[in-house]
Design a protein around this ligand. Structure first.
Ligand code: PLP
Length: 372
């Protein structure tokens, strides 16, 4: 069976883990953690980067940093992973789900303003498949209504909006290094802080509510409990693994984009035959080769495609289910139809895409789709 996703190892992961172990410092915030954080700060213009044990954890840190409380409203797309919403629900937020665009799974930024009320505190955008949301529109709204913006950039490493790195635009942003992402550490994530007012407190929340980071820098003579927090920082073992991946970012990205381009050009040739809708990369956005998806004409067409590929040894998979219709949330939703979100939940399918996928395998997969 050709899997949908397969972790790629650069070969240096265990070497760096051995180095971390040999150094005698394997808890968090050591040399490899610093290297990874500096990489994000310098390469992407992020003011402060903190490694976390997952993107879920980074999102939970955002909700704490923004002081989300009972009844605060947070606007976000319904077409996203549960963690985007859960992080804010945990702090008592009322989630106001927004629809996707007509031509993109991303939140329809032109419909956000209608959802803003005096209780709105934040807008969370998700750069689906690593393709940017139209951030100028979102940041303008945030300024007008005095709101915070969180970019869920779980899938968006090395992708840009009008030349600016995704994750460097919102007040806060989060990345994922789960094994299904472009750059991985098994489980792992990163919090990006672009608004300086959050930097000092973010380190405290990260270190169980203590000022331990400041203590190790020699800024205070003892450390203690100064705020709420949790254990959000990963061990050096995880950071060492991640560093081996980041060192190979360019190589990994080039290969994933090559495969993505091949899917696109091949499927475009046959577009009349099956009528799939191809992904659109707006002129303000870039493609980071995270995911190749198609939108089918119906759920039935998608089911047939998935089972045909499965019968021939290829895993293709659908993605998110509409969160506003989930068993947890359906009674809390205000009843608005979110048609585009439902369309992507019902009809979007993702094809296998991973570093070691051979072009020949990709061609054989496509010949199964277009056979007959
Ligand atoms: C948009 C989005 N946000 C958050 C997450 C959670 O990431 P993690 O598994 O690192 O917690 C995911 C997971 O795939 C995701 O797709």
């Amino acid at each position: 069976m050709i899997p949908f996703s397969k972790p790629f190892l650069t070969g240096k992961e265990t070497k760096y883990i051995e180095e971390a172990v040999a150094s005698g410092k394997i808890s968090g915030n050591g040399m490899f953690t610093q290297k990874c954080q500096t990489f994000f700060e310098e390469k992407y213009g992020i003011k402060k980067a903190l490694l976390t044990t997952s993107c879920t954890d980074a999102l939970e840190m955002c909700a704490i940093l923004l002081n989300i409380n009972d009844g605060d409203e947070v606007i976000m797309p319904s077409y996203t992973f549960v963690s985007t919403a859960n992080a804010f629900v945990l702090r008592g937020a009322k989630i106001v789900f927004a629809d996707s665009g007509d031509n993109e799974p991303n939140i329809n930024v032109h419909k956000i303003e209608d959802l803003i009320t005096p209780k709105t505190k934040a807008i969370v955008v998700v750069h689906y498949a690593g393709v940017a949301c139209d951030m100028d529109v979102v940041m303008e709204l945030a300024k007008k209504y005095n709101l915070f913006v969180v970019e869920d950039a779980a899938q968006a490493i090395e992708s840009f909006y009008k030349g600016k790195a995704l994750g460097s635009i919102g007040h806060l942003a989060t990345f994922s290094f789960h094994e299904t992402k472009n750059i991985i550490s098994g489980e792992g994530g990163l919090l990006a802080i672009n608004d300086e007012q959050f930097i000092e407190r973010s380190e405290i929340i990260w270190e169980k509510g203590t000022n331990r980071s400041a203590f190790f820098r020699g800024e205070v003579d003892k450390y203690g409990w100064v705020d709420v927090g949790s254990s959000f920082l990963p061990s050096e073992v995880i950071a060492a693994f991640l560093w081996a991946q980041l060192e190979n970012l360019d190589k990994i990205q080039a290969q994933r984009k090559k495969l993505w381009d091949k899917y696109y050009t091949e499927i475009e040739k046959y577009i009349e035959k099956e009528n799939f809708v191809l992904p659109i990369i707006p002129e303000y956005a870039t493609n980071n080769g995270h995911m190749f998806y198609l939108v089918c004409q119906s759920m039935e067409q998608r089911s047939n495609l998935i089972s045909k590929l499965k019968k021939n040894g290829y895993m293709a998979v659908f993605h998110y289910l509409s969160l506003h219709k989930s068993s947890f949330f359906k009674d809390k939703h205000d009843g608005r139809e979110l048609e585009n979100c439902d369309k992507y939940a019902d009809r979007l399918v993702r094809l296998p895409l991973f570093y070691e996928l051979e072009e020949q395998t990709l061609e054989s997969l496509l010949s199964i789709i277009y056979k007959n």
